[in-house]
Design a protein. Structure first.
Length: 475
């Protein structure tokens, strides 16, 4: 009986050691190299030894697994011997198997692994010296068993890290948010970083019809006025048409030449101070666009479509907003009424008001297939992107664009002041003008498909209105 007693005592000790090795196995698998490096710099006890262990993580994990299995097997054998002596072979084996199943699951499975995850760094640091000593003693045996295991196991062997694919990393981030480790906004930004590679520049660009540009033969005063009104500090410079982008003019360059060097802004041409433009395909992924902008130190790039024409432009702000989200103005939180009756027969309407609703206000029929909103109607009549203060006449109505600078300093149309043009003659003239220019809407609608005649017609119309706008700014 004395030998059976010592067998049970030895089995209990082995079970405890097996549980310890199970906890160490989980702890060493969980700890982060970066966190341990920080602990080394802080001078934490055992951190330097643990860093050495992590450099050969696979070897030490194999050692810990070997020791745990050895303890479990030895404990099972001792309990089986004692049980068969007490109860006979039949019932002794049944009791031994049942007892070791429960003990292995609880004492060397769930319990130690839970502790290993909850206190990973504490356990790993406190057992680092023990692991180092065992590694020196059993290193040959461990390496031999690892080689045998790798030879018999299909696959690429040990994978260093808790994840290997982007999907697994996304799942880790989602799990971190669910447990309160990562905030919802942080999780969204991390996912957005991965989505950059799947998003093309075309999806976030400022399209060609909405680009604010200036001709190369204009002077710096005109360009400065345009930059002030539009809120853009970088403006593309064009030659014959908008497909002929010659460069980019910077507001700071214009100010430096006219203020610091006291150059007459009316005699200095935009072409003389513009910088080279960066051209990239509109299908380029945003992560590569951002990398190119960082490499070339450009904040704006001109996008070229598959036909060689200008598709639009993209700025570094557009790319960053894909990560951090839209940056809205502090006044955007207030809801604007879609229609405000000013009492004198005029209305202030939202730029997003449907044109059908505008027609009902003034009892006129507005049929424009190309546009759906009042803001779009102003842009169609103007032939370019409207800025605050732009005035057009359409269907016997005068429309005045209203708005102001956003938080980033860019001008934005928010509302449109609409009044009826007095006199039937004006209505008749407006109707005749629409009938004579009916082909413009057709050309504009198909201009994106026709890269030659459609664009030339559009550029001529925009150039005319652009020159008129510039002339008004200089008056």
């Amino acid at each position: 009986m004395s030998s059976d007693y010592w067998f049970i005592v030895a089995a209990v000790v082995l079970i405890g050691l097996g549980g310890l090795f199970a906890a160490v196995d989980t702890a060493v698998s969980t700890v982060s190299n970066a966190r341990v490096d920080d602990m080394v710099r802080e001078g934490r006890a055992g951190a330097r030894r643990l860093a050495i262990i992590l450099d050969s993580r696979a070897t030490y994990l194999g050692l810990v697994v070997l020791l745990r299995v050895a303890c479990e097997a030895a404990a099972a054998a001792l309990i089986a011997v004692s049980a068969t002596r007490w109860l006979g072979v039949g019932w002794g084996l049944v009791v031994a198997i049942t007892a070791m199943t429960v003990i292995s699951y609880v004492a060397m499975g769930v319990g130690p692994r839970t502790l290993g995850r909850q206190h990973a760094y504490t356990i790993a640091l406190s057992t680092s010296y023990l692991l180092s000593a065992l590694g020196v003693l059993l290193k040959p045996v461990t390496r031999l068993l690892i080689l045998i295991g790798n030879a018999l196991t299909p696959g690429r062997g040990f994978r260093n890290g808790p994840f290997a694919t982007e999907i697994e990393l996304r799942e880790v981030v989602d799990l971190a948010e669910a447990r309160g480790v990562v905030a919802a906004d942080e999780r969204r930004m991390i996912h957005s970083v991965f989505d950059l590679g799947d998003t093309s520049a075309r999806e976030v660009m400022v399209p060609r019809p909405e680009m604010v540009w200036i001709e190369a033969d204009k002077n710096v005063l005109q360009a400065t006025n345009l930059a002030t009104r539009s809120g853009h500090s970088r403006i593309p410079v064009i030659g014959e048409n908008t497909d002929d982008v010659l460069g980019i003019v910077y507001l700071k360059d214009m100010v430096a030449r006219t203020v610091a060097k006291r150059t007459d802004p009316t005699t200095l041409r935009v072409a003389d101070i513009m910088r080279d433009a960066e051209f990239i395909p509109d299908s380029k992924p945003l992560d590569k666009v951002l990398a190119d902008m960082q490499l070339t130190r450009n904040h704006m790039a001109i996008l070229v479509d598959e036909y060689g024409g200008i598709a639009g432009l993209v700025t570094i702000e557009d790319v960053l907003e894909e990560i951090v989200g839209e940056i809205t103005d502090e006044y955007d939180t207030d809801e604007l009424a879609p229609v405000e009756d000013l009492g004198d027969g005029s209305y202030r309407v939202s730029a997003r008001l449907p044109v059908e609703d505008l027609g009902e206000l003034f009892d006129v029929e507005i049929e424009e297939e190309e546009v759906e909103t009042v803001g779009g109607l102003v842009a169609l009549e103007l032939g370019r992107v409207p800025l605050p203060g732009a005035r057009v006449k359409s269907h016997g109505l005068q429309l005045v664009a209203e708005g102001g600078p956003t938080r980033k300093g860019r001008q934005r149309i928010i509302t449109v002041l609409v009044t009826r043009v007095p006199g039937d003659d004006a209505d008749m003239q407006d109707q005749q003008r629409h009938e004579s220019s009916g082909g413009r809407g057709h050309s504009g609608r198909h201009g994106r498909h026709d890269r030659t005649a459609g664009r030339e017609h559009e550029d001529d119309a925009r150039r005319s209105t652009h020159e008129q706008s510039t002339a008004r700014m200089n008056q």
